[in-house]
Design a protein around this ligand. Structure first.
Ligand code: PLP
Length: 325
């Protein structure tokens, strides 16, 4: 089904797949990975706030990894929906979706996989991996903004959250965004052709940047699961240097963020890093750098020197102000 993006696809599943009505005596239980995007978390919590669902948090470790033994225990206790993302938008972790799908199938639990960050970057086998609902966002795979899709396994029905002309088998009313859909389709076609080559090249650039930064910035740490992460993701912390100070220095030269780039105007600490239980100074010194298919080696080297210089100037300023005090 075509939607306006992953947020809508996710809402459609969480609000539309459960038998949500306040006459039901048994509340739907939704199992949610604690580092999910806010589109998942806030939709779940909005239902919980109205007393329409119970949310069971699936914890992660300090590298943001999911404990599949814990997941299995939670599934065994009974869930009406399981939400586990394919890849995280902040730390870039790739989650073991095939294994999660197997567990979900074993306990007959519908499984929503938010694959916004993964589709077009890693292979996902919807048919064979036991995924019930797959949320996709076009602009994450070089497609147009405001377009997305929800892939629904045969035999599963969703109650609509938008009512009207009964488009898309009555599940999502509203005139379809044809240019957006064509753009999504073309982006998918191109990713199929280019993904493997692009992602290998992007990983090399990311590793180059990571190496330069580790070399030149004492105390820098890399966050997330470096053994299973998206090629284009680099998430670092410089624990004694507030990220806001670095961003203020580099923002005219480098597009860099402290956390989720798609949460507008949010200044609160990252819920992802908080769920990982990282120390406050690591959270406050966190920076997320995205690398894409159009990034060049020259830009990587430039980015490394801009960041190194910004950290060194910020450290000087911080330490000299301590001395005055
Ligand atoms: N899920 C993840 C993991 C994301 O990174 C985003 C970011 O935009 C979304 C969901 C929301 O997608 P959209 O902007 O298409 O609604």
């Amino acid at each position: 089904m075509f939607t306006s993006g992953a947020t809508e696809s996710i809402n459609l599943v969480i609000q539309g797949s459960n038998k949500i009505d306040n006459t039901s005596k048994i509340k739907p239980r939704i199992g949610v990975l604690s580092v999910e995007h806010k589109a998942v978390l806030d939709t779940c919590y909005a239902l919980a706030k109205k007393g329409l669902a119970e949310i069971i948090n699936l914890q992660v470790d300090s590298k943001g990894r999911l404990d599949t033994n814990h997941l299995e225990k939670v599934c065994a206790s009974g869930l009406s929906l399981l939400c586990v993302m394919a890849a995280n938008n902040e730390i870039g972790n790739i989650y073991p979706i095939q294994e999660v799908g197997k567990i979900a199938q074993k306990y007959k639990i519908p499984f929503l996989c938010d694959a916004s960050q993964a589709v077009g970057k890693i292979s996902i086998n919807f048919e064979e991996w036991g995924i019930t609902y797959l949320a996709i966002s076009a602009h994450k795979l070089y497609g147009p903004k405001g377009s997305g899709a929800l892939v629904v396994r045969k035999g599963y029905h969703l109650n609509p959250i938008l009512f009207g002309g009964g488009h898309q088998k009555g599940q999502r009313s509203g005139t379809l965004n044809v240019p957006g859909i064509v753009g999504l389709g073309e982006a998918c076609r191109l990713r199929l052709l280019e993904m493997e080559k692009d992602e290998n090249a992007i990983a090399l650039l990311r590793d180059k940047l990571q190496g330069l930064l580790l070399d030149k910035i004492p105390g820098l740490t890399v966050n997330g699961d470096i053994n299973s992460r998206l090629s284009g993701n680099l998430h670092i912390s410089i624990p004694d240097v507030p990220n806001s100070a670095i961003i203020a220095r580099v923002r005219h030269q480098l597009a860099i963020s402290t956390g989720a780039a798609c949460s507008s105007g949010v200044e609160t600490p990252s819920h992802v890093l908080t769920a990982m239980g990282l120390p406050q100074e690591v959270i406050e010194g966190a920076l997320r750098i995205g690398i894409g298919k159009f990034t060049t080696l020259q830009e990587i080297e430039q980015a490394a020197s801009i960041l190194t210089e910004a950290v060194s100037l910020t450290r000087k300023a911080l330490y000299s102000s301590y001395r005055i005090e």
